[in-house]
Design a protein around this ligand. Structure first.
Ligand code: BGC
Length: 773
């Protein structure tokens, strides 16, 4: 754990240059707009510890799989989120010395990510070896208004000298992925051009053939007036630049504006990419930095109006939640149904691929409640469009008759993860995709989604479950052998309770959805079953038989569900018995030792009790929580949030708060010692869940929307906003009472602490906070 980031409600602040933590800070200070993004790297040259990272959404590389022993069914590739051309670079040379914070003395360093307005700012004074002192101030952002553009204002002021300073703004496509399996480069150059103050480069990915054109235009001001500078174009392989030498006087500020764009062939015809890039650059240059920044601030203000969470009385918690909301908004905007939410977003390379079960299990509820309905719908449609690939994926493993197994990790619908215990066995992800359909329909009431898309996906997933279980003569029940549950610290187990449960639940829900769709639109239903050869009677009766006869391992003594059939053979002990210095286990123990231990990486049985809480009483939750939580090491970032929500439900408020802080500040405090790889973007949605479903107690069920809010000790108030079926609400909780404010015209009926409330349009109601469970 590291705590060098200054606590502040709206900013992520690094005071003083923490050279050794630079890659962590770069992850934290990442910028993005859903289409392009980058790590918080320096503009000028830096020879110290850094992971240069620029990313263009949807552009990936199918890196050849690396395994020791090939197994049939493995995917051929592991998709890498591609590190793309570095468009922020501006080299500064003072006579013969380069500005490089690794080799000069650095004073008054401050790097700030302004989350309210969506930009990154940095200032420092550098003393070069010669004693020359240079003051630098930079500000940049990825525009959410012009979402293929980024812009930088970079100013330099000599403090104790007059000199010729050479400024070299560039675009560098020689970049490599640090996580490349065979150390290959993934880009080829297509063309490049330079003109006065402008430069363009078009690169093409190997194998996938994506084209990306990056362009830049540079303007310079001195004494607040535009400078008509001389520039020398520079072209190397995959590199373009303009070298500009200026007379700079002591105390005089020189400001460099660098306008940049990154256009990809996902959105443009590849033949005209550079032409489009030039037009885009001209348009934003005409608009100018100040106007772009103004628009950026407005656009962020609009976003915050819809989804800010305020916590009075706890700056650490406040900063944590805003950081999470900010990064989620930077990663995914829902504008483009081909895109998804990678576990690292635009903040790093690790985890290749862009879509995991994280999207459905964790992120969907965030977008459902904080964005337009079409955003969450697009996340579902994304999977609908991959259905054919999921069917092919299941076929490769021997399943048939339209059974679908969605990939564990994907870019385009194909599986691209190749650890057998995950690819072949962590099949519970299929259930999360079915659950997301249910979650969306329950929240929005949009049952027509089932007619147009949902049922087809549910039937295909149900076909998979029906074939994946087998009848045990010994148990006289259905069993599911050789799986990995959400807890990846156990592999190849039999009857993972969570997987068995979600499989049977999917079958149940599919049967229900068949009935619904038939009633809603018999014609479309008839077309669908004809197209996918759904033998209604037979398939439904098989599904019902499985539902009625599924095996769920259970311990009669403790009255808890068993994570898997043999769980009780393990040497059970609490995490507190692990000797000091041996955590995280995945960095200290052999894999073999981890697999045999009772320690749990992330919510597993508890994940099921979280999804299906309406089907279990509070005592069941408490018994299972008390049994499993003490054995849980939370070494997946997806873990603490589920525990926090459940602890809130059980009235274990201190535990809920402890788990909340761990999720909210996971990256800011580098809890798992891995933030340098990038931020845990998908688990950030879990942080939001811990506030809204945990402290806020928000639920949507057949009776509608309800809340059971409370304020953790030490907080004066907690306020969050949600959108629900056309209504925007703010729920504000103090230690004493809860106020629900309705910002819409339309009235809404809901329950707060079990009491029904009708809140008229544009009004509010206050009730008293009640004791939890
Ligand atoms: C977790 C998975 C998760 C993946 C990506 C792993 O550590 O165990 O559940 O899908 O990270 O976030």
């Amino acid at each position: 754990m590291k705590q060098y980031i200054t606590q502040d409600p709206w900013n992520i602040v690094e005071e003083g240059f923490h050279r050794d933590h630079n890659e962590i800070t770069e992850s934290l200070m990442s910028l993005g707009n859903g289409r392009i993004g980058q790590r918080g790297n320096f503009e000028e040259k830096f020879t110290g510890k850094t992971l240069q990272g620029n990313y263009v959404a949807g552009v990936y590389y199918p890196d050849k799989t690396r395994v020791g022993w090939w197994k049939n069914g493995y995917p051929d590739y592991f998709a890498k989120v591609l590190n793309a051309a570095n468009w922020i670079g501006i080299d500064i040379d003072v006579e013969y010395e380069s500005l490089d914070l690794n080799t000069c003395d650095v004073h008054d360093f401050r790097r700030v990510l302004n989350m309210q307005a969506g930009y990154l700012e940095r200032s420092f004074v550098a003393t070069l070896k010669s004693g020359k002192q240079l003051k630098v101030n930079s500000k940049r952002f990825c525009s959410i208004v012009d979402d293929e553009a980024g812009v930088i204002r970079y100013s330099i002021t000599p403090l104790n000298f007059d000199a010729k300073i050479t400024i070299t703004p560039y675009i560098d496509g020689t970049i490599r992925n640090r996580d490349a399996n065979y150390d290959e480069t993934f880009w080829d150059e297509v063309r490049k051009e330079t003109a006065y103050g402008e430069a363009y480069i078009e690169l093409r990915t190997r194998k996938t053939g994506f084209h990306v054109a990056s362009g830049m235009c540079v303007e310079i001001e001195q004494d607040a007036a535009k400078v008509d500078y001389q520039s020398q174009p520079i072209k190397y392989e995959k590199y373009v630049a303009n070298r500009i030498t200026l007379d700079c006087w002591q105390g005089q500020e020189t400001v460099i504006y660098k306008y940049a764009v990154n256009l990809s062939s996902l959105n443009y015809d590849s033949d005209s990419l550079v032409k489009e890039a030039r037009q885009y650059i001209q348009r934003i240059t005409r608009k100018g930095f100040d106007k772009m920044l103004f628009e950026q601030k407005q656009a962020w203000a609009d976003k915050w109006k819809m989804n800010d969470i305020t916590i009075d009385g706890d700056v650490a918690a406040q900063q944590g939640i805003r950081f999470n909301i900010f990064q989620l908004n930077q990663t995914y905007t829902g504008e483009d149904e081909r895109l998804n939410i990678g576990p690292k977003g635009f903040t790093g390379e690790k985890y290749g691929g862009s879509t995991y079960w994280d999207t459905e299990a964790y992120c969907l509820p965030f977008y459902l409640s904080t964005a337009d309905q079409k955003v969450a719908r697009n996340l579902l449609v994304y999977r609908y469009k991959h259905l054919q690939k999921a069917i092919e994926n299941a076929q490769k493993l021997g399943f048939r008759a339209g059974a679908a197994l969605y990939p564990m990790v994907t870019m385009n619908g194909e599986e691209c993860h190749n650890e057998w215990e995950i690819t072949f066995e962590e099949i519970h992800r299929n259930g999360a995709i079915a659950y997301a359909i249910y979650d969306y329909v329950r929240y929005t009431g949009d049952e027509l989604y089932l007619v147009d898309y949902g049922l087809e996906v549910l039937i295909a997933i149900s076909r998979f479950w029906s074939q994946r279980v087998n009848w045990s003569k010994d148990k006289n029940q259905y069993v599911m052998l050789g799986v990995t549950g959400p807890n990846e610290y156990e592999n190849n187990v039999n009857n993972n309770w969570y997987t068995n449960y979600i499989a049977a639940w999917t079958l149940r829900y599919t049967i229900e959805a068949v009935g619904k769709v038939k009633a809603l639109n018999p014609d479309k239903y008839a077309d669908l079953i004809d197209r996918i050869h759904f033998r209604e009677e037979k398939e439904i009766s098989t599904a019902q038989h499985i539902v009625d006869n599924m095996h769920y391992p259970f311990d009669d003594g403790r009255q808890v569900f068993l994570q898997q059939s043999d769980f009780l053979d393990k040497d059970l002990m609490p995490v507190s018995d692990i000797p000091k210095g041996q955590r995280p286990l995945n960095q200290n123990w052999s894999w073999d030792r981890i697999l045999r231990s009772c320690f749990i990486k992330q919510a597993d049985v508890l994940q099921g009790l979280y999804f299906f809480e309406d089907e279990f009483d509070t005592d069941t939750l408490r018994r299972n929580f008390d049994f499993y939580e003490p054995m849980t090491v939370h070494e997946s970032s997806l873990s603490p949030c589920v525990h926090s929500i459940q602890a809130s439900k059980l009235g274990m408020v201190e535990k809920a708060y402890e788990m909340y802080l761990r999720t909210a500040r996971l990256d800011l405090d580098d809890y798992n010692n891995d933030t340098e790889d990038g931020c845990h973007i998908t688990s950030m949605a879990g942080t939001w869940l811990a506030v809204v479903k945990g402290f806020g107690g928000m639920r949507v069920d057949a009776k509608g929307l309800s809340f059971r809010p409370y304020c953790p000790a030490g907080w004066q108030s907690l306020a969050f906003k949600i959108r629900f079926r056309g209504v925007l609400l703010q729920i504000t909780t103090t230690q004493q009472d809860v106020t629900v404010q309705n910002f819409s015209q339309q009235p809404i009926t809901l329950r707060v602490h079990g009491e029904p409330l009708i809140i008229a349009g544009n009004s509010q109601e206050t009730v008293v906070v009640k004791e939890l469970a």
